[in-house]
Design a protein around this ligand. Structure first.
Ligand code: ADP
Length: 438
C-alpha cells in the first residue's frame, strides 16, 4: 500500500509539472505570436490584451528578449522574475529550460520571428495543481493508515482463527498425563495439516497407552510370579522353625526351599534378559556363530537335566557348506532362545520328543522345531508372545509364560523371523529364520 501510494503521488506530481510547463509553453508561444505576427500591434497593446485574457495562468509573467538581450516585451511590472545569463545562453543553444524561482515555475524557450531569435521567459504559479497534490497526499496518507489498521485487525482476527485448532490441541495435550492416556485430541476433519497432526498425535497416544498397559501388566505379573516362590519359602521356613525336627525333615524342607530359590533365580534371570533384549532392539553383532554348534550344545545341556527328553537334530541336503550355517549374533542369547523352544517342545509333548531340522533358504538359515505334543489353540497363538501368557491347555504343566516372549525378542534382535503353527492335540512347529553372513 505504501509503495503504491508513493508511486501514485510521484506520478501525479510529474504529470502536474509536465502539464503546467506545456501550458506555460502554449502561453509563451501565443503571446510571442501576437506580438510578432499580428499587424499594427505593439507591446503595450499586447500587454493590454493579455491582461484581460481569461485563460491566463495564475501570476503569469511573460518576458521576451531579443538577440541583444533587450526586453521587447514584459508583463513582469515588478521585476519579480530574475533573468539569469546562463538560462539565456542555454535557451539560445536550443534547449528548453525549466526551473523554480520561489513559488514561480519558469520556462525559457526560443521563438523565431522577424529574422531574429527571441528568448521567451514564461513564469506562473500553479496554486491549484499544488493544492491538488497536497490533497492527494493527505488522502493517500489517510488511506494508508486506515488500510494498515484494517490489515492489522483482519490479520490478528484471521491468524487467531487459523491458529485456534493448534492452541486447542496444545491445551488438550497439556491435560494428558500418564494417568489420563485415554484422552484424545480433537481431529477436526482430519484432512488438513492440523487434522493430520492431531491424528498422528492420537495414534502415538494409542501406542503409548498400549505400551503403558503392557508395562503395568508386566510388572503385576512379574511381581506375582516372584511372590509365589517367596511366599512358599517363607511358609516352609516358618513351619520348619515351629519346633525341633529330625535331620531328614530339615533336609527335605531345605531341598524344597532350594527348588523355590532356583526357580526364583531362573525367573529373575529371564526377566533381566527380557528387559535387556527389549531395550536393545535389532543389533549388529560382530561375533559369528555356527547355528548347528549352538543346537548341539543346547541338546547336551538340556539332556543333562532331563534324560527322558529326545532331541533329534538333522541337517538338510540343501546345506552344502558350513558357511551357510554361520550367523552374526550373541552365542549366549541364541542358546537361550533355542533351548527354550526345545524345552517347550519336549515339556508339552507326552513323548518328550522334538525333531529339529536345519535348512538352507537363500541368505537365511531355517531351523524347524517339530513336536507331536498338546498343541496350541488358534486363540492362544495370537497372544503367545505376550509376557506371562500361557496356553489354556498348558496350565497343568509348570511354566511361567516368559520363555516365548524372550525367544521372540532375541530372534528380532538378530534380525530374524519366528513363526509358530500348531494344531491342538497334534503338535506344534516353530520355524526360526536367521540371516546368514554368506
Ligand atoms: P512356559 O512354557 O514357561 O509356560 P513359554 O513362554 O515358553 O512359557 O510358553 C508360553 C505358552 O506357549 C506355554 O504356556 C504353552 O501354552 C505354549 N507353548 C509353547 N511351546 C509349546 C509347544 N511346543 N507345544 C504346546 N504349547 C506350547
Amino acid at each position: 500500500m505504501i509503495i503504491a501510494s508513493v508511486a501514485i503521488y510521484f506520478s501525479s506530481a510529474s504529470f502536474r509539472k509536465e502539464d503546467f510547463y506545456n501550458r506555460l509553453r502554449n502561453k509563451s508561444r501565443s503571446t510571442a505570436k501576437l506580438l510578432f505576427d499580428a499587424r499594427d500591434i505593439d507591446a503595450n497593446r499586447v500587454l493590454k490584451i493579455e491582461k484581460d485574457n481569461p485563460v491566463n495562468l495564475q501570476n503569469e509573467k511573460i518576458i521576451i528578449l531579443n538577440f541583444k538581450n533587450d526586453t521587447v516585451y514584459s508583463s513582469d511590472e515588478n521585476g519579480k522574475i530574475e533573468i539569469r545569463n546562463d538560462v539565456l545562453e542555454r535557451v539560445r543553444t536550443g534547449y528548453r529550460v525549466t526551473y523554480k524561482q520561489g513559488s514561480f515555475e519558469v520556462l525559457g524557450t526560443l521563438y523565431f520571428a522577424k529574422l531574429d531569435r527571441f528568448v521567451v521567459i514564461a513564469a506562473a504559479t500553479d496554486i491549484e495543481g499544488s493544492l491538488h497534490l497536497e490533497k492527494l497526499k493527505t488522502i493517500l496518507t489517510i488511506v494508508c493508515l486506515i488500510s494498515l489498521l484494517l490489515f492489522f485487525i483482519a490479520g490478528w482476527f484471521y491468524s487467531g482463527r487459523a491458529l485456534k485448532p493448534i492452541s486447542d490441541v496444545v491445551k488438550k495435550v497439556e491435560d494428558i498425563s500418564i494417568t489420563s492416556l485415554n484422552l484424545r485430541v480433537f481431529e477436526g476433519n482430519g484432512t488438513d495439516e492440523i487434522g493430520r497432526l492431531a491424528k498422528t498425535f492420537n495414534k502415538m497416544l494409542e501406542r503409548l497407552e498400549t505400551s503403558f498397559a503392557m508395562q503395568k501388566d508386566f510388572i503385576a505379573n512379574a511381581s506375582h510370579e516372584l511372590r509365589t516362590p517367596l511366599t512358599s519359602i517363607n511358609g516352609q521356613l516358618e513351619v520348619l522353625m515351629m519346633k525341633d525336627r529330625a535331620t531328614t525333615e530339615y533336609k527335605s524342607a531345605l531341598g524344597s526351599v532350594l527348588d523355590d530359590i532356583k526357580s526364583l533365580i531362573y525367573l529373575s534371570n529371564r526377566l533381566l534378559l527380557i528387559a535387556r533384549t527389549s531395550a536393545e532392539g535389532p543389533v549388529n553383532f560382530n561375533k559369528t556363530i555356527r547355528i548347528d554348534e549352538i543346537l548341539w550344545q543346547a541338546q547336551e545341556e538340556i539332556k543333562r537335566f532331563n534324560s527322558d527328553y529326545r532331541i533329534n537334530i538333522s541337517i538338510d541336503n540343501s546345506l552344502t557348506d558350513s558357511d551357510q550355517m554361520i550367523v552374526a549374533g550373541d552365542e549366549y542369547l541364541l542358546k537361550v532362545a533355542v533351548s527354550n523352544i526345545i524345552d517347550n517342545a519336549c515339556k508339552y509333548s507326552p513323548d518328550h520328543t522334538v525333531d529339529i531340522k536345519l535348512q538352507h533358504r537363500e541368505k537365511w538359515i531355517e531351523i524347524v522345531f517339530e513336536d507331536r505334543g498338546i498343541g496350541i489353540s488358534e486363540e492362544d497363538l495370537q497372544k503367545i508372545f505376550e509376557p506371562f501368557y500361557r496356553g489354556t491347555n498348558a496350565l497343568s504343566i509348570p511354566g511361567s509364560g516368559i520363555g516365548l516372549p524372550l525367544v521372540n525378542q532375541i530372534i528380532k534382535n538378530h534380525n530374524g523371523i519366528i513363526k509358530l503353527s500348531s494344531q491342538i492335540g497334534k503338535g506344534t512347529s516353530v520355524i526360526v529364520l536367521l540371516p546368514t553372513i554368506s
